[in-house]
Ligand binder design. Structure first.
Ligand code: NDP
Length: 447
């Protein structure tokens, strides 16, 4: 006999089937908390075991990547692609290169991607991939050889209507160009099998900016919904990569005051707010991987707090834009104590489970990554459309579409998450995203 569906039984099963994968358990648990009570009101979902099927990837591809470094030593890494769910469109999601990358992280990211992609309202399934490759200290030639070796295997599993990877941590324009060059050579095809390409390779305007800009727009909508605005708000931003820098840029343009950026070594603190000129200099140096944040702080005569995170700084709004689990319970408490009103996640799952609980209990506005950072995948989808039609849109056209998509996501979250006095955006995002995917899965029958 089947056990009654409740959070504890469900998570016991997930943990048994996926041992030693804490990040994946954390992501599923957060979603299950909202979805299980909802599914119990819809027997058709429970009968068809939609939740059990949704937490099992369609397939996981794992492969050896052998390459040579500049000294002609042979190096071996492991490549992955987790194709999680293609119920509403071809697989779509980024590639991450990180020394510690493992299946737990990739499954959490792929699982989150199902919900994120569904929320955009676009026809996008979900996947995630990458390699346990550490790009730190590698030369351009080594990065190129690694990317080419990685693609020698990956190309068999991707294509413009099968699976369309993009970038993620440590996979930017440079890596996407190396990957696409090799894909083109192997398949003899110039098509939209990868997004995040630079403009000259068929990319879209604003793809690099999209995740960060979208995150700032999402916060704008949350504040507007409660008759407030970004104007003059003090914002703590973490990270100094693609997402953080563009989020900071849009916040400044929308009238907010950005008081921090950070990296894995510490926090840049600018009490009166970063000006656009300093941000542009930091952006140029960071996005070209030229200098650490501490060196830039010295050059710009700004304060750098080594070993510190930004969350103890007084702020109205917080934007964790660096990496998973970067903001823990203690940080959440500091934010609440300092009067922070709202959090929008630029990164994927940047809050630990206890941080999330503290934020929810304190009734801060909380935009989960699957809603707030969906701008990146949304513009990737616009890149796919442009590649298919061969017609390319202006910066203004793409930004207009990005803004409209972020507004749509905000409305989707409101529909399912609007309580009497408090909008539960996490619940709204989980349920709205789930309905679309679950209905498609029901329609296919048992597959
Ligand atoms: P980048 O590699 O461009 O930048 C990551 C930044 O985070 C770097 O400044 C890095 O500093 C910092 N960082 C990494 N680990 C830590 C840590 N443990 N503590 C503090 N800072 C850290 O990545 P992206 O900006 O592209 O991605 C950031 C996050 O956003 C990730 O969670 C990613 O999955 C998510 N995301 C990205 C999207 C995109 O379009 N790029 C789309 C949706 C989500 P350092 O240089 O010192 O390592």
């Amino acid at each position: 006999m089947q056990k009654a569906l409740n959070h504890s039984n469900f998570m016991d099963g997930v943990k048994r089937r996926n041992p030693g994968e804490p990040e994946f358990h954390q992501a599923v648990s957060e979603v299950a908390r909202d979805l299980i009570p909802f599914v119990k009101t819809r027997p058709e979902y429970e009968d068809a075991q939609i939740l059990e099927r949704l937490t099992e990837p369609d397939r996981i591809i794992s492969f050896r990547v052998a390459w040579q470094d500049d000294q002609c030593n042979t190096r071996v890494n492991r490549g992955f692609r987790v194709q999680f769910n293609d119920a509403i469109g071809p697989y779509k999601g980024g590639l991450r290169f990180h020394r510690d990358l493992n299946l737990s992280v990739l499954k959490f990211l792929g699982f989150e991607q199902i919900f994120k992609n569904s929320l955009t309202g676009l026809a996008l399934g979900a996947a995630k991939g990458g390699a346990n490759f550490n790009p730190r200290g590698k030369s351009d030639n080594e990065i190129m050889r690694f990317c080419q070796a990685f693609m020698i295997e990956l190309y068999r599993y991707i294509g413009p209507d099968i699976d369309i990877p993009a970038g993620d941590l440590n996979v930017g324009n440079r890596e996407i160009a190396f990957l696409f060059g090799q894909y083109k050579r192997l398949t003899h095809r110039f098509n939209g099998a990868l997004t995040g390409k630079s403009l000259s390779l068929g990319g879209s305007h604003l793809r690099p900016e999209a995740t960060g800009y979208g995150c700032a727009y999402f916060m704008k909508h949350m504040l507007n919904h409660r008759n407030d605005s970004l104007d003059g708000k003090t914002c703590a931003v973490s990270g100094a990569g693609n997402v953080a820098l563009h989020c900071a840029e849009k916040l400044i343009d929308l009238g907010a005051r950005v008081v921090s950026l950070s990296d894995s070594n510490g926090t840049l603190y600018v009490k009166n707010g970063l000006d656009r000129e300093s941000l542009d200099l930091i952006k140029a140096a960071k996005l070209n991987r030229k200098k650490p944040l501490s060196a830039l702080a010295d050059e710009l005569k700004l304060q750098y707090q080594a070993g510190q995170k930004p969350w103890a700084l007084p702020c109205d709004l917080a934007f964790p834009c660096a990496t998973e689990n970067e903001l823990d319970g203690q940080d959440a408490k500091a934010l609440v104590d300092n009067g922070c009103q709202a959090i929008a996640e630029g990164a994927n799952m940047p809050l630990t489970a206890d941080a999330q609980e503290i934020i929810e209990q304190a009734r801060l506005l909380y935009a989960p990554g699957k809603a707030a950072n969906a701008g990146g995948v949304a513009v990737s989808s616009l890149e796919m459309s442009q590649n298919t039609t061969g017609l390319y849109w202006s910066v203004e056209e793409v930004e207009h579409r990005l803004e409209a998509i972020m507004e749509h996501i905000h409305l989707e979250c409101l529909c399912q998450g609007d309580g009497k006095n408090y909008v539960d955006y996490a619940r709204g995002a989980n349920i709205a995203a789930f309905i679309k995917v679950a209905d498609a899965m029901l329609a296919y029958g048992v597959v």
